[in-house]
Every structure is written in C-alpha cells, then in structure tokens.
Design a protein around this ligand. Structure first.
Ligand code: AP5
Length: 221
C-alpha cells in the first residue's frame, strides 16, 4: 500500500487530550480511531467476559493485562477499514504492547508507524481529568469549564438524550494511580519510539484546535 497510509499512534499521559485530538484527526484523515479505553469501557457496559475481566483494573486506574489488550488490538487492526491506515489511542501502553504492535504490522505488511506524543504538565492533566464529563450514549467528551454540562444532566448534542456522567476512573484516587502507572509503564515508550526515529513531540497545551494545527503537519510531513 505504497506511501499513502497513515498508521498513527497517539501517545500521552491520562488527560493529555489523546481522545480529543484523535477524534479530530481521524475525521480529517478518514481513518478509524481505535481507542482501547473505549473498546474496554464498551465491554464493561455490555457485561461481556472481557468487560468482567477488565473492570476492576480500570476502576483502580491500573493497566489491563497485556495479553487481553494485545488480542483486542490484533483483531481490530486486521479489519478491512484499517487497510488505508488507523489511529491508535491508548495503545500501546507498555513495551511488550509496542513489540506486539511491531509484529502485527510486519505480519500485515504495513508501513511504519508515526507516533505523536502530546506533552502536558501534570497540573493541567489533573485539572482536565477531574473536570471531564462524558455522555453515556454518544460518548462525547466535555469539560465542565468549557461547556454547560452538569452531572446527571442531558447531553447538549441535539440528536442525543444521553446522560452526562463522570468516568469511574476520574475520581481523585484513580487519577493519582493512573498518573503513577503512566510514569512507570508508558512514559518509557517516548524513548522507545524516539530511538526508532518514529516520534513527533507536540505540546498538548492550549486550545484543542491549536493543538490540532500542530499535529497535522507532523503527521503529514
Ligand atoms: P483510556 O480511556 O485510554 O484513558 P487514558 O489514557 O487515561 O486517557 P484519557 O481517556 O483519560 O485521556 P485522553 O488523553 O484521551 O484525554 P481526553 O481527550 O479525554 O484508558 C482507560 C483505562 O483503560 C486505563 O486506565 C486502563 O485500565 C485501560 N486501558 C486502555 N488501554 C489500555 C492498554 N493499551 N493497556 C492496558 N490497559 C489499557 O481529554 C481529557 C479532558 O480534557 C476532557 O474533559 C477534555 O474535554 C479536556 N481537554 C482535552 N483537550 C484539551 C485542551 N487542549 N485544553 C483543555 N481541555 C482539554
């Protein structure tokens, strides 16, 4: 598939804005947005076996075991809509996951990855996570400082009547654990991808639209 496919990874701490940027970028490039967090949350909501296995880890802010998420990613990347590219959000998160992703791309004979790391200060991460609210129906992400949403209220999207709620892992205790786990297990991937010449470092601070303007040239360049 010479040259044109965008095989992207969005890297960054919890609350760095991966989901927000990935949504805009996948629409702009016409490639699927694959969030392992969203896939796992859907499995939890549906009460599937995967969901039952993952729920405790997620609520505590810990990582779900590698073998479960690697299986999810492997299956999803083999689907036909990923043939022209994909945008991974929240995967890989450990070195074994990154190694498994390399293997999958080799097996599928794909172009190399481009990895975008969104860099955001810890103070801003905590502010974003504590103020995040999501729609239980459409999954839209809001922040209490930048929208009119309130807990138990209704999603402002015209066609949606979903309830506005807080993610169970956005409680202060779980936020602290997620940031600790990130520093311990995921941050090393910045060097991992930098050493392989695949990394673009982007400041994730400022309005989302400005960040998107920094991300796009890095992806296309
Ligand atoms: P996941 O859903 O991936 O959570 P995360 O990485 O902790 O990331 P978040 O979704 O919290 O943040 P984000 O960077 O997407 O930020 P967002 O755009 O929402 O994973 C959840 C759990 O699933 C994990 O803890 C783990 O248990 C499990 N899991 C998932 N993948 C796994 C894997 N590969 N291996 C093992 N376990 C896995 O923005 C956050 C807030 O900030 C929002 O309110 C938003 O409106 C606001 N905001 C965004 N951008 C800006 C901006 N520029 N300025 C101001 N506010 C902004």
């Amino acid at each position: 598939m010479a040259g044109k496919e965008h095989n992207l990874v969005m890297l960054g701490a919890p609350g760095a804005g991966k989901g927000t940027q990935a949504k805009m970028l996948s629409e702009e490039l016409g490639i699927p947005h694959i969030s392992t967090g969203d896939i796992l949350r859907m499995a939890v909501a549906e009460g599937t076996e995967l969901g039952q296995q993952a729920k405790g880890y997620m609520d505590r802010g810990e990582l779900v075991p590698d073998e479960l998420v690697i299986a999810i990613a492997r299956e999803r990347l083999a689907e036909p809509d990923c043939e022209d590219g994909f945008l991974l959000d929240g995967f890989p998160r450990t070195v074994p996951q990154a190694e498994a992703l390399e293997e999958v791309l080799d097996e599928l004979d794909r172009e190399p990855l481009k990895v975008i790391n969104l860099d955001v200060s810890e103070e801003e991460l905590v502010r974003r996570l504590a103020g995040r609210r999501v729609c239980s129906e459409c999954g839209e992400i809001y922040h209490i400082d930048y929208s009119d949403v309130e807990d138990g209220g209704v999603c402002p999207k015209p066609e949606c009547n979903g309830e506005i709620e807080q993610r169970s892992d956005d409680r202060p205790e779980a936020i602290r654990e997620r940031l600790r786990v990130y520093a311990d297990q995921t941050e090393p991937l910045i060097d991992y991808y930098d050493e392989r010449g695949l990394l673009a470092q982007i400041s994730g601070e400022g309005p989302p639209e400005e960040i998107a303007e920094r991300v796009l040239p890095a992806v296309r360049g």
